[in-house]
Design a binder for this molecule. Structure first.
Ligand SMILES: Cc1ncc(COP(=O)(O)O)c(C=O)c1O
Ligand SMILES: [Zn+2]
Length: 483
């Protein structure tokens, strides 16, 4: 049931519900207000803009369109201003903050059920197409992303202290990282709305993902990468035909060049959170996890873990999963329960951890940011306020890990669990140990560590030293081996 004023506008494709003092999802077409567990701090002063818009819209003839089974609103996460969902959009036109996608969840509630999802033959994140930006899964730019395994850890070594420790292994994705999910969704939508050239800065896995989804879609991809980006990420992008530019600076410097290029050449900016659909792709990790946890419990009832550990740079996955949980609750798939979310960052690049510790609502730029975990080298994130909100709402926490420790974590997990983690998740593993030791985690809790990418992209960090070299011509060479 709609509360507040209802208006319709041709370009926005439907009815807007404009309740007073609401969060942005309340502006979704035909979607009822939900305020209790919102991601957002909604700036009431800008509500006036929304009201003015609605007044204007109400003067036009009312066009009651049939509710489309796709997303139907784009709303600023900070000020709540609605944007045209049928056009390429980047940040909020009013306040420059990220836009979030809304759906008419009430309209799809009866058809989009856990059983319906289970019965689908699509083996990718697009089995959740109802809450993604397409009419049906066949319209997606897809390489088979998502549907990654949830692996229970063996009770050996340090992991033996946990009774229910899981890894959601995103290394199984095309291009070897979870960035595939976001790029699949973003490029699907960008191409549908006419983009022919996309651009982004990347210090890691986003580069490869953007390259290969752009190639799959037949569009051009311009990449700006810090010159010290891991070689595997650079090579992967160059081989895939992206126009790669190395930059003698940080990812934030690369971002400035992308902005200039977009203005001059009309590229569509795919930077983290600067377009709305990478979050949508990454939120599918949250949807999948509810199914994975049910399977792990031998139940058909969707369920979430007690704690989720997320290696955090720009925070797209963290924000996306939180959004997914909210949508699932609106769909009636889960209740009010939520996992405690844990942000993990590197000791020398920890803007969100520092802001969390200070109780701030926004994060300051982290000076002289450096870490070998390239995906965590994000000194300032535009979605900082959303991440801090997730931490607060979930009763979560934020932890740093040193570079030595996170590399050690990769080695330890590889040998004990048979999983070659990316260094970002090496940090996550060490953070979980810290929080168990401090008592913040209980051994019996169901804990999920996100392995966001394959360790194979980071071979340069683990040069094998002192490996024996055998002379196969020596008839007694086997004597040198102890077994
Ligand atoms: C392997 C890996 N983990 C984590 C991150 C951080 O992800 P997010 O930007 O969603 O916080 C990145 C980003 O590049 C990454 O490549
Ligand atoms: Zn805004």
């Amino acid at each position: 049931m709609l509360s507040g004023i209802e208006v319709a506008h041709r370009s926005l494709g439907g009815v807007f519900s404009v309740p007073t003092g609401s969060g942005p999802w309340a502006l979704s077409v035909g979607q009822s207000l939900r305020v209790s567990r919102s991601l957002f701090s909604f700036n009431l002063s800008v509500v006036g803009v929304g009201w003015a818009f609605c007044f204007f819209a109400a003067q036009t003839p009312i066009l009651q369109t049939e509710t489309p089974n796709v997303h139907n609103s784009l709303t600023c996460a900070a000020c709540g201003l609605a944007h045209d969902a049928d056009q390429l959009q980047n940040l909020c036109n009013e306040c420059g903050k990220p836009l979030l996608v809304g759906y008419d969840l009430a309209a799809i509630k009866d058809s989009f059920t856990p059983d319906a999802v289970r019965n689908r033959s699509v083996r990718s994140m697009w089995r959740f197409h109802d809450v993604l930006p397409v009419d049906d899964a066949a319209g997606a730019v897809s390489l088979g992303e998502g549907s990654t395994p949830l692996l229970k850890c063996r009770p050996v070594g340090a992991a033996a202290a946990f009774e229910n420790l899981f890894v959601k292994d995103e290394a199984f994705n095309p291009t070897g990282s979870f960035k595939a999910r976001g790029m699949s969704a973003a490029i699907t939508r960008a191409v549908a709305l006419g983009a022919k050239k996309v651009a982004l800065p990347s210090a890691g896995n986003a580069a490869g993902a953007a390259t290969y989804y752009a190639a799959r879609a037949g569009i051009e991809c311009y990449l700006f990468m810090p010159e010290d980006t891991p070689p595997a990420n650079i090579v992967e992008a160059a081989v895939g035909g992206a126009k790669v530019f190395l930059v003698n600076g940080l990812i934030s410097d690369c971002g400035k060049l992308v902005k200039q290029g977009c203005e001059r050449f009309g590229w569509f900016d795919l930077s983290t959170l600067k377009e709305p659909f990478r979050i949508e792709g990454k939120k599918t990790m949250g949807y999948e996890l509810a199914f994975d946890m049910a399977d792990a419990a031998g139940s058909t009832k969707l369920q979430l873990p007690d704690v989720i550990f997320y290696p955090t740079g720009g925070g797209t996955g963290l924000i996306g999963m939180w959004k997914a949980f909210d949508e699932m609750q609106q769909l009636g798939w889960i209740g009010e329960e939520r996992p405690r979310m844990v942000v993990v960052q590197a000791e020398n690049c920890a803007p969100v951890v520092r802001a969390f510790e200070q109780g701030a609502t926004h994060a300051e730029m982290f000076p002289n940011a450096s870490t070998k975990a390239a995906g965590l080298r994000v000194p300032a994130a535009i979605g900082d306020f959303l991440m801090l909100n997730v931490l607060k709402e979930s009763g979560g926490t934020a932890v740093t890990v040193s570079d030595d420790d996170l590399l050690d974590g990769v080695r330890e997990f590889a040998g004990e669990q048979g999983i070659y983690l990316c260094p970002e998740t090496g940090a996550v593993w060490k953070a979980a140990l810290k929080l168990l030791e401090s008592g913040w985690l209980k051994p019996s809790e169901r804990i999920v560590l996100f392995n966001t990418g394959s360790g194979l992209k980071y071979n340069h960090l683990f040069p094998p030293n002192n490996l024996p070299l055998l002379d196969h011509n020596d008839p007694n060479v086997i004597d040198q081996i102890e077994s």
